[in-house]
Design a protein around this ligand. Structure first.
Ligand code: ATP
Ligand code: MG
Length: 272
């Protein structure tokens, strides 16, 4: 059975796309079949995997969602691109920006993406959705399609307010539409361990949230190499195999596969 994970945070630039790509390829390296879905009209995931000029693509997520809206069938391999490192991708481009408004007058508008995902997911062990930085209909659709949500949080400042808003939205989706939705965990990203600020943000988040929500033991370090990967279309594992970001994403992959065993241990260590 496949597991669908949404990578979501309405705050921009927190590492959603970088995490989707590198967790996805990390899972492939562990022998899993993985589909990534770019659910952002910026097409950053698509471009970061080396698929240039997505605005010229004929079939994208927007095409599939349009089909779903019109009750047309979607075939299992429709619009799916293959990356050299073994991960598959449903790309996105600027056309997706019209979807927020198109969904307004659609029946079952929260379930359109879920229909698309359900049509293609049987071929995969994991489907990861890279969400757009807003709490609009596309993100709601991603949360409805998902079994689990991973929340990347940048360790530069205390994101309490934004996080509360996101958690409220997740709670609403869970209550009204997708009762099985789980929070996989909060993931600290761009952690500059040399600074006191990053350490104190990390500690605060663990203290404030880890009672009710998993905070992954793995923290993604601030790394120029990680930032460069999106320009070369490769994962951190091929671009900087022995680097600290590659090691961190490898560890995150294991935590996601293990489904929290290590995390619970860490939680009690922190709280003690
Ligand atoms: P958006 O909300 O715009 O979709 P995002 O949450 O998807 O952004 P990314 O695009 O993954 O965030 O990352 C934002 C920027 O930070 C990018 O330029 C990316 O290359 C860079 N970046 C991502 N992870 C790291 C890291 N660990 N260290 C340094 N830079 C990083
Ligand atoms: Mg992004």
């Amino acid at each position: 059975m496949s597991k669908v994970i949404a990578i979501a945070n309405q705050k921009g630039g927190v590492g959603k796309t970088t995490t989707t790509a590198n967790l996805g390829i990390g899972l492939v390296n562990e022998g899993k079949k993985v589909l990534l879905i770019d659910c952002d009209a910026q097409g950053s995931l698509t471009e970061s995997l080396g698929f240039d000029n997505p605005d010229n693509f004929e079939t994208t997520l927007s095409t599939l969602m349009q089909k779903s809206i019109q009750d047309l069938p979607i075939s299992k391999d429709e619009g799916i691109l293959h990356h050299a490192e073994g991960v598959d991708l449903i790309p996105a481009n600027i056309e997706l920006s019209g979807m927020e408004t198109a969904l307004v007058n659609t029946m079952s508008r929260e379930r359109v993406l879920k229909n698309c995902v359900d049509s293609v997911k049987d071929n995969y062990d994991y489907v990861l959705i890279d969400c757009t930085p807003s709490l609009g209909m596309l993100t709601i659709n991603s949360l409805v399609a998902a079994d689990e949500v991973i929340i990347p949080v940048q360790a530069h400042y205390l994101p309490a307010k934004g996080l509360e808003q996101l958690l409220t939205t997740i709670g609403r989706v869970k209550k009204h539409i997708n009762p099985d939705l789980k929070i996989g965990g909060i993931l600290l990203t761009m952690v500059d361990s040399r600074t006191n600020l990053a350490q104190s943000v990390s500690r605060q988040i663990r203290l404030n949230f880890s009672k009710n929500i998993t905070v992954y033991k793995t923290e993604i370090p601030l790394s120029t190499k990680a930032a460069e990967t999106s320009a070369v279309g490769k994962s951190v594992y091929t671009y900087d195999k022995r680097g600290k970001a590659a090691e961190a994403y490898r560890n995150l992959t294991k935590e996601v596969l293990e489904g929290g065993k290590q995390r619970n241990k860490h939680r009690s260590e922190i709280i003690r």
